[in-house]
Design a binder for this molecule. Sequence first.
Ligand SMILES: [Zn+2]
Length: 415
Amino acid sequence: MEIEIATIGGYEEVGRNMTAVRVGSDVVVFDMGLDLAPVVRRDLDGEVRAVVFSHGHLDHVGAAGVLAERYDAPLIATPFTMEIVKGELGARFAGDLVTMAAGEGMDIGDGLELEFVHVTHSTVGAVNPVLHTPAGAVVYGLDKRLDHDPVLGDPIDMARFEALGEAGVLAYVEDCTNAGRDGRTPGEAVARARVRDTLRGVADTDGVIVASTFASHVSRVSSLVECAREIGREPILLGHSMETYARTAAHFGYPEFEDVETRGSRVGVERALRRVRNEGREDFLLIATGHQAEPRAVLPRLARAESALALGAGDVVVFSARVIPDPVNRRRRAALDRRLERRGVRVRDGVHVSGHLRATGHRRMLRALEPRTLIPAHQSVEGIEPYVALAEARGYERGEDVHVARNGTTITLAE
Ligand SMILES: [Zn+2]
């Protein structure tokens, strides 16, 4: 039976992820990332049986609203991820939405089974989907790190990856984001300790503390909430995406989010900021959008003094995120840093741990899965090279069993 992988997006950049696997005449699509629509130029050969989402980050679900309706196929995701996908689809979407928990599987075509393996990443509800074909398993490995002590949810299911390896893995599509970094990615417990240490260090300031992280990083937001309370400050979540994810997290029973004031709309944010100003800024820790200095997000507006609360001397800003390496983000963030400095705001940067595997984790995954074929993804063309070197050191060969693909190519796995 002919098996092919179509590398639609995410093979020349970090973002815009979409991959299709064709087994005979059946096609399964994995992820539909933001800004992807322009690169999906041609129809997929074969009948699309399912569109599967690995997790709720926008570079994996952000094009669902544009692309999902092109295919007459169910959308499949974990319950948490599906809530995020629904937000992208809008009310017009009429297709089937199917949820499946990590650790479960379902038939999706003739001799095809889809399985979700639980992984740990910088959002909750993340899985590595596995497509079981007659020629072996295709493991879609975007995105994860190996966290054995996560602050929310279960550790990564390494036992299942080992079992898949023993049964035979035909191909492994891998997240190469941090493949060029040595060592292993620390777990989220380390990030929580850094958050705690940083916040205790600035706890006695007379001003307000504003912390910013990825709204989708539910574990990190929960750490900020918890550590805010530990230092005697009331946490308030501010910004549209903070509200979206906090509401979803509360819906799925994460208790940290239940009693936290959360404001998404501009009017709601202003109301909360007036309360902070009136009741005393030294009593609050604001968890706000804007770590990438997006102009309309909350933190940049506070820095530009466009809100009821303007940041100034005595206030502290904590960045619990990295700058996404893109020229626009870098320029915006540098401008935000200069503005904060001019206003006399103290800044604590880099209070963060990545959600992606480094070299040690990649080697661990190769040992567990022993895939016949490797398909590196989720990086620029240059960024994939460290992963190729790491694979070659383990006996893989470029062009033979490591396929470095551009967007829009097809790799034949079995004929
Ligand atoms: Zn991700």
